[in-house]
Design a protein around this ligand. Sequence first.
Ligand code: ZN
Length: 277
Amino acid sequence: MTPSIISDLSALCLHTITTKPWSIEEAARYYSEAGIRGITVWRETLQGCKVHLTGQMLRDRGLEIVSLSRGGFFASANKVKRRLAIDENRRAIDEARDLGTGMIILVCGADPAQSLHESRKQIHDGIAAILPYASSAGVRLTIEPLHPMFADTRSAINTIRQANDLAESLDSPHVGVAVDVYHLWWDPDLEEEIGRCGRNGNLAAFHISDWKSPTADMLNDRGLMGEGCIPLKQIRSWVEKAGFKGFIEVEIFSNIYWAQDQHAFLQNIISSYRKFA
Ligand code: ZN
């Protein structure tokens, strides 16, 4: 990606969770007015909406709906919960289709009541179970490996190597992998595995933010680009070298930023994206 693409914002996408206090209508209006062209919609923001109308509203604002976040949570020691997760993922696929996006981000799940090995097996089987439904809806299931600090309850897929192994074993154009710098920046195999992900056609999404040092909250203290210790430009160069040409998605969960004026925050996102992405 050339520097001009960074400065003209044409590759910038925002996750609606980043500006959590805004409704989907507010997010659409203010992102669009700021010159942003991509949006990833979190399912929470769709509650009470007619999803196909929301999709149309976003497109009318000139926004491309990059993905729906999120599906997953396949792993559970409880068989009934595993079945309910499959049903919930089918509903997410319906929503993605109605919204008009071809991708769902998967946070794969984990259950501290069982081994990681067992959770990983259930994740594989869960994705395999919904894959035919996703394929017929034209929706790609994109596996997002999560930092190992979330291996107890959120995801037993913790490295890009594991995500690559899983995607390759499922072997479908409707399965992909998301590289989220917040989860993966520490991995000594990152460059090599991003390359492998691209070579095998699985590199589907690229999420950015920063790792603040110290971090005050494991979940909700992500930093703006440039505010922490993630070598963002370096990781972006690996992602581009691997052939990725999609949106650069800003995904920041932050109690601090959510408490601020969201208009000022949006301007900060844009300037830190231009400077540090
Ligand atoms: Zn992410």
